[in-house]
Design a protein around this ligand. Structure first.
Ligand code: SAH
Ligand code: SF4
Length: 377
C-alpha cells in the first residue's frame, strides 16, 4: 500500500514534478502543465490531462502512477444545505469533509448579539457563490477530548499532503466552484489534530495557495494546543489564521475534558498564544465548547477573561453538539447568552458558532464516519 501511495501525484510540488518528468526524459515545462492540471484544473484522472502527450500519460499509468484524487464513498445532505462527504483513499481509509454553503466560514457562522455592529462582509459583485470547506488532517484523532466523537475512533493514521488537499479539490469539483469568482473558506477543523501531522498539513496549505489559488487569508487551522507547533506555525511564511481550542477556564477543568492539558497546561498554552506573531489586523481565535454545568457558568467566563487579558483575541462559543457516547449536555440558550455577554462586557469579541448539518452528523465534534443516521436525543 505504501509503495502505491508513493505513485500518487497529488501532493507533489513543482520541484518534485520537475524531477519526475525529467527522469522520464521529458522537458521541464511538462511539470508546469502537470501542476496546473492537478491543482488548478483539478483533473481527477491522467486521461483527462490532455496537455500532456498521450505517450507520457500511458507511460505514467503503466508504471502505476495515478493522480491520487480521493473518491467519495458516500455523501449526506442536510436540511440546511450542508453536505458531509465520506472521502476514501487508496488504502481504504476514509475521513470526512464538510461543505457549508453561503456561510462565510468562521466569520459568517458566528452570530453577533442584537445591537452589535454587523460583520463587514458585503458580497462583491464578482462573487457568485460562497462556502466553507471543513477538512480533516488525520483519520481519527489521538488527542481524546471527552466531548468529541472523532476521539472515539482513536488515531487511524496521518493523511498525506495529497490526501489533505485532495478533499478540497474533490468538494470544489463536486460543487462546481470557480476559484477567483466564488469565495471559499477553508477550515482545518475536521477529523484529527493538524499540528500532530504538521509537515503534511503545511505542505497541503502551500499547494492549496500556490496551486489551487486559495488565499491563506481565507484559511483557519484549529489546534487543541500542541504548544511547540504553535511557535513553529508562527514562523511559517505562508500560514492560515490560528484558532486554539481552549474549552475550559482553568487547569482542573481542562485536564478533565482534554487530556492534552497534562502535557501542555494553560500557562504554557496561553504563553504560546501571547508570543504568537499576529499580522496587522489579525486576531487569534479561541474556541470554547460549552458543556452544561461543566464549564458554562459566569465564573468560568470571568476566568476566561482573566486568561485572555492583553491578547488580541476573539472567542468562538460552540454549544456542545451531542452524539452517542458523549457524556455531556448542551447548555441552555440563557446560559450561552449570559456567557457571551459576560465576555463582551469585558471587551472580548465573542461569537456563537451556529451548528451546521447537525441532522447528518456534520457539525463540530460529530465527525465519526457515521453512515447510518440515527435520531439525536
Ligand atoms: N483537533 C482540532 C481541530 C478539530 S476539532 C481541535 O481540537 O482544535 C474543531 C473544533 O470542534 C474544536 O474547537 C473542538 O473543541 C470542537 N468540538 C469538538 N467536539 C465538539 C462537540 N461535540 N460539540 C461542539 N464542538 C466540538
Ligand atoms: Fe481531536 Fe480536536 Fe476532537 Fe480533540 S476536539 S479529539 S483534538 S479532533
Amino acid at each position: 500500500m505504501t509503495t502505491l501511495s508513493k505513485l500518487e501525484l497529488l501532493g507533489l510540488n513543482n520541484q518534485e514534478l520537475t524531477e519526475l518528468v525529467v527522469s522520464f526524459g521529458e522537458p521541464r515545462f511538462r511539470a508546469a502543465q502537470l501542476f496546473d492540471a492537478l491543482y488548478r484544473q483539478r483533473l481527477a484522472s491522467l486521461e483527462q490531462i490532455s496537455t500532456l502527450p498521450k505517450s507520457l500519460r500511458s507511460r505514467l499509468s503503466s508504471l502505476g502512477y495515478s493522480t491520487g484524487f480521493p473518491g467519495t464513498a458516500a455523501s449526506f445532505l442536510s436540511q440546511d444545505g450542508t453536505v458531509r462527504y465520506l472521502v476514501s483513499f487508496s488504502d481504504g481509509q476514509s475521513v470526512e469533509t464538510v461543505w457549508m454553503p453561503e456561510g462565510d466560514g468562521v466569520e459568517d457562522t458566528e452570530e453577533l448579539l442584537p445591537g452589535a455592529p454587523a460583520s463587514p462582509s458585503a458580497p462583491s459583485s464578482a462573487t457568485n457563490r460562497r462556502g466553507t470547506i471543513c477538512l480533516s488532517s488525520q483519520s481519527g484523532c489521538a488527542v481524546n477530548c471527552r466531548f468529541c466523537m472523532t476521539a472515539l475512533l482513536g488515531l487511524q493514521r496521518n493523511l498525506s499532503p495529497g490526501e489533505i488537499l485532495g478533499q478540497v479539490l474533490l468538494v470544489l469539483n463536486h460543487q462546481q466552484i470557480v476559484i477567483g469568482r466564488d469565495r471559499i473558506n477553508l477550515v482545518f477543523m475536521g477529523q484529527g489534530e493538524p499540528f500532530l501531522n504538521y509537515d503534511n498539513f503545511i505542505r497541503a496549505v502551500q499547494l492549496l495557495v500556490q496551486g489551487a489559488g486559495i488565499p491563506e487569508s481565507r484559511m483557519t487551522v484549529s489546534t487543541s494546543g500542541i504548544v511547540p507547533r504553535i511557535a513553529d506555525f508562527g514562523r511559517e511564511p505562508i500560514r492560515p489564521h490560528l484558532a486554539i481550542s481552549l474549552n475550559a477556564s482553568n487547569d482542573v477543568l481542562r485536564e478533565g475534558i482534554m487530556p492534552i492539558n497534562r502535557k501542555w497546561n494553560l500557562d504554557t498554552l496561553i504563553g504560546a498564544a501571547r508570543d504568537f506573531p499576529l499580522r496587522s489586523r489579525e486576531r487569534l481565535t479561541f474556541e470554547y465548547v460549552l458543556l452544561s454545568g461543566v464549564n458554562d457558568a459566569p465564573e468560568n467566563a470571568r476566568e476566561v477573561i482573566a486568561l485572555l487579558r492583553g491578547i488580541r483575541a476573539k472567542v468562538n462559543l460552540i454549544s456542545l453538539n451531542p452524539g452517542p457516547g458523549i457524556p455531556f449536555q448542551t447548555p441552555t440558550t440563557a446560559a450561552v447568552e449570559l456567557f457571551q455577554q459576560t465576555l463582551i462586557d469585558a471587551g472580548i469579541p465573542a461569537y456563537l458558532r451556529r451548528p451546521r448539518g447537525l441532522d447528518i452528523y456534520a457539525a463540530c465534534g460529530q465527525l465519526k464516519r457515521t453512515t447510518q443516521l440515527v435520531a439525536l436525543p
